[in-house]
Write a protein that binds this ligand. Structure first.
Ligand SMILES: Cc1cc2nc3c(=O)[nH]c(=O)nc-3n(C[C@H](O)[C@H](O)[C@H](O)COP(=O)(O)O)c2cc1C
Length: 157
């Protein structure tokens, strides 16, 4: 069994979650940032975990493109999906809408891994939008229990 975690991030929280997941997996796991490697070859992996963060309702375009270009191959693998998203109360709906329904229906695990809002990492517009939502200080709420749950699920495959 060989795993691959493919992720996209803007400010790093999806990468932190991806690294934490990798640490908890007990089979060989490669980890790839789709912003650095555009269309990695996934033919050698049994399980592919896709993770991205949500901005204005959408995951990063590099993740959407990768999925669009490789959907048939992905549908022949064990798939797990996660998102990072700031709106906790809408997390399940956001998770469901983030990935194409064919892939989401095929996935054996789907988890919301929490979020980080680090004001110092944001540009002026992001900071303004974030403050307008009532967030006035940086926050980190990465959900380690959800990461553990997905890791256990993958380790049981
Ligand atoms: C400008 C901006 C827009 C965002 N839009 C959404 C959104 O539509 N829905 C949501 O749940 N979270 C939203 N968030 C919160 C991010 O998803 C959250 O901060 C996430 O952890 C960022 O992940 P990253 O560090 O991997 O880029 C937004 C954050 C910023 C700064």
């Amino acid at each position: 069994m060989k795993n691959c975690i493919l992720f996209t991030t803007k400010h790093g929280s999806a990468e932190k979650a991806a690294l934490s997941l990798k640490e908890k997996l007990n089979t060989e796991t490669d980890i790839i940032n789709l912003k650095n490697v555009e269309n990695p070859d996934i033919s050698n992996y049994d399980t592919v975990i896709l993770g991205a963060s949500v901005y204005i309702g959408k995951i990063q375009k590099q993740m959407r493109k990768f999925i669009g270009d490789n959907l048939n191959e992905l549908l022949n693998k064990n798939i797990a999906l996660f998102i990072m998203a700031g709106q906790k109360e809408k997390a399940q709906e956001t998770l469901y809408n983030a990935y194409p329904s064919k892939l989401s229906d095929h996935a054996f695990a789907k988890e919301y891994f929490g979020y980080e809002m680090i004001l110092e990492k944001m540009n002026f517009l992001e900071k303004t939008a974030t403050k307008a939502q009532g967030v006035t200080e940086s926050k980190s709420e990465i959900m380690h229990d959800a990461i553990e749950k997905m890791a256990n699920h993958i380790n049981e495959l």
